[in-house]
Design a protein around this ligand. Structure first.
Ligand code: URA
Length: 246
């Protein structure tokens, strides 16, 4: 396009924006607004919110599909935006989550919130947070295979409804369950993997998945925080989120 044509096209565009009542005209050099959630119509967000609520209220809260139903106080289904770009998946509720009925609200949860807000520059409410298991295993032991099997379907449906652009698996049990592998988290982290929502590798469109260390592990091993931060930066770069300048 010639320079004169370009100027005319821009003039027309500005005039039509002004005519249509655009709040402000575009300014050259202004960065694209950062997309923290997937833009979508309010009624679609509401449809997703209700779909998640129905699974929680009518299935999860009264679930007796494994032995954890006998020892739990409350189930902790999931929390966050139904149109989140990022879904964090942890292992299972701990003591605080069991009491409050919400994932990641204890000490590990506070660190996760810091990673999301101070680290990634997002709001906790912009992402979706859940676990492999919806009930606390006694004494926070690792999830047993039969418990994972009984609970897995709830997570598959959460992923299907939210359709995140990226999944971050926190710790080995989450990464191993989602990727159907026995590989350790030290080897899995820092690389992109494919999560297949169908549960069958190679069928349907995969969701990119980044495994990283669980915040509870980072509280015990703070020297590893820089590795988790490196993993989160890979996610931010993939999603076009601005990296903090520090
Ligand atoms: N650890 C988890 O994996 N999930 C929680 O919700 C809390 C602690």
């Amino acid at each position: 396009m010639e320079r004169a044509e370009l100027i005319q096209a821009l003039k027309d565009r500005f005039e039509s924006d002004a005519f249509l009542g655009a709040a402000s005209l575009p300014v050259f050099g202004e960065p694209e607004p950062v997309m923290h959630r997937v833009p979508m119509a309010d009624d679609e967000i509401e449809r997703r919110r209700v779909a998640l609520q129905v699974i929680d209220d009518s299935e999860v809260k009264g679930c007796t599909q494994c032995g954890l139903a006998e020892t739990r106080t409350k189930t902790a289904f999931g929390v966050g935006a139904p149109n989140a770009r990022i879904m964090f998946v942890g292992e299972a509720p701990g003591h605080d989550e069991d009491v409050q009925g919400e994932p990641f609200v204890g000490k590990a949860g506070q660190l996760l919130t810091k990673m999301i807000e101070a680290g990634m520059g997002l709001k906790r409410a912009d992402v979706y947070i859940c676990n492999i298991l919806k009930c606390r295993p006694p004494n926070n032991r690792n999830p047993a295979p039969d418990e994972v099997l009984a609970c897995r379907n709830y997570l598959w449906r959460q992923i299907e409804i939210v359709q995140p652009e990226v999944i971050i698996a926190l710790g080995a049990p989450a990464a191993q369950t989602l990727l159907n592998t026995r590989e350790g988290i030290g080897r899995l982290r820092s690389e992109w993997h494919d999560f297949y929502p169908s549960g069958t590798t190679g069928v349907g469109d995969p969701i990119p998945l980044m495994p990283t260390y669980h915040p509870a592990y980072l509280l015990r091993s703070p020297d590893e925080k820089n590795k988790a931060w490196a993993d989160l930066k890979l996610v931010m770069s993939r999603l076009g989120l601005p990296l903090p300048t520090r």
